[in-house]
Design a protein around this ligand. Structure first.
Ligand code: PLP
Length: 483
């Protein structure tokens, strides 16, 4: 029998907080009949977000082409959707049940390249695009290829999305954390980057790449063009590749901010020596098609023989799933003005984005009114990384701890807090320590995906819970004092 200790140590070591013990407990409580508000994961359709009709209608015809022979069915779809289904089947006659080329269906790769060229006004080639099962697989391919030696390190943000820390552990590399600047809208600081790379080098770690998540998970921050230029200069100076996780590029909720891609900035800087891996996905944005596992990896500034290695990596898993590839096609090639399906598409897209924007505001304002909690109001993505303070525990002197002990102590505190929040209120959030946080601080991450009424209710429940939790801690400390 395979025993626990016989499992690959790297598998045992990998951690993924977003689906950790708090979520497991939430599922148990739900099975016992408790109502749980799942704010732990960016899974929009699980929380009631509707899929876009365009995507689902088109997929339905492609999945079951016989429908196209039935006039009653054909008559019930918008004309352009029927035409598009015929076009897709003409471009890919085997349909969804056959493996595709390893890098994906050529016409979809071309559509992705056209999308990037349109979005950024820069040249691109379909050969640089690989279709993947969600952005996760693209990120993992890049990490796998980059980590040659156990001392090779990847710079990752703190806080970060745990796909990165877990995958680095799995592939046997080293994490080089760099703190995001909470006081400056979660931008990156050149000084912090430099200090963190110097510390890593001094510890014998060889940095090979930097991961940047923009818009940010778990921070909800959006990077400025100037910040991205600084990162590109930093990468060039330190000979790092860049992994730009841009899956939230459609999720920006401030009029004064817009998404700027790394590819665009590097093009403007005539930067051809830094390798760029950029990731996109059907899971986020306004589609929220997480379950369909579609996405792409675009690789710039590498020789052909390196591209060939990435395609080989993809071929080891044969190909990305076909429905995910097609969902990616629909993301990058939506209906156009004049198409019968256009008006509904725009209506549904705008409704999803407007609702997310409203909920981000409600959550931001509501949480900042709770005594003991502060939040850099999210302007992007689907998350808020809430900072909270707890009264000191009697008999515990965090000031006497070294950084590691302090982080472990704070990880226990934020985890206990989130577990108690779940037990008390049914709200499931993720402790900040699962993403990483500055020592001396406590956070939790919540999504703002539940319906608006649930977000309003959530703010009220959080307030009541926080007051009760902190006053109990104060009382316990006071009682200890009396003894
Ligand atoms: C920053 C970031 N990157 C990648 C992913 C994974 O996306 P996908 O579903 O495309 O694999 C997520 C999912 O939450 C994410 O937040």
């Amino acid at each position: 029998m395979l025993t626990y200790t016989a499992i690959n140590q790297k598998v045992l070591d990998a951690e993924y907080a977003v689906r950790g013990p708090i979520t497991t407990r939430a599922q148990q409580l739900e099975e016992q009949g408790r109502k749980i508000v799942y704010c732990n994961i960016g899974n929009p359709q699980a929380l009631g977000q509707m899929p876009l009709s365009f995507l689902r209608q088109l997929l339905s015809l492609i999945e079951y082409p016989e429908l196209l022979t039935r006039p009653d069915v054909v008559g019930s779809y918008a004309k352009d959707i029927v035409e598009r289904a015929r076009l897709v089947l003409a471009k890919h006659p085997p349909g969804t049940g056959a493996y595709t080329q390893s890098a994906g269906m050529p016409f979809v790769r071309q559509a992705v390249a056209d999308f990037i060229a349109r979005r950024d006004g820069i040249p691109t080639r379909k050969e640089w695009v690989i279709l993947t099962d969600g952005a996760s697989k693209g990120a993992q391919s890049a990490l796998l290829a980059l980590l040659r030696d156990p001392q090779d390190g990847i710079m990752i943000p703190i806080p970060q999305y745990p796909l990165y820390s877990a995958s680095i552990t799995l592939y046997g590399g080293r994490q080089i954390g760099y703190h995001l600047d909470e006081g400056n809208g979660w931008q990156l600081s050149e000084q912090v980057l430099t200090e963190s790379i110097q510390r890593a080098s001094a510890a014998g770690i060889h940095p090979v790449a930097i991961v940047v998540i923009n818009p940010g998970n778990p921070t909800g921050g959006v990077l400025t063009a100037e910040n991205i230029r600084m990162i590109v200069r930093f990468a060039r100076h330190n000979q790092l590749s860049i992994i730009a996780d841009e899956v939230y590029q459609e999720n920006i909720y401030s009029e004064s901010l817009r998404f700027v891609s790394f590819a665009r900035i590097m093009h403007d800087m005539s930067e051809h020596s830094v390798t760029l891996f950029s990731l996109h996905s059907v899971s986020k944005g306004f589609l929220g098609e997480c379950g369909h596992r579609g996405g792409y990896l675009e690789i710039r500034n590498v020789p052909e023989e390196v591209l060939a290695q990435f395609i080989k990596l993809q071929s080891i898993q044969l190909c990305a799933n076909t429905v995910g590839q097609l969902a990616t096609y629909m993301m990058v090639s939506p209906p156009q003005p004049g198409d019968e399906s256009y008006a509904l598409y725009v209506h549904e897209r705008d409704a999803v984005l407007a609702s997310l924007r409203r909920k981000a505001q409600i959550l931001g304002q509501g949480i900042n009114r709770i005594k003991g909690m502060t939040l850099v109001s999210p302007v992007g993505a689907m998350y808020a990384f809430v900072k909270f303070v707890l009264p000191p525990e009697r008999g515990v002197d965090p000031a006497s701890m070294n950084t590691e002990e302090r982080l472990a102590y704070e990880a226990k505190r934020d985890t206990d807090y989130c577990m108690a929040l779940l037990e008390e209120t049914g709200i499931c959030v993720v402790p900040g320590s699962g993403f990483g946080q500055q020592p001396h601080t406590l956070h939790f991450r919540t999504t703002f995906l539940p319906p608006q009424e649930a977000i309003e209710e959530l703010v009220g429940k959080l307030k009541a819970f926080h007051e009760q939790y902190t006053s109990e801690l104060e009382l316990a400390s006071y009682a200890d004092h009396q003894h």
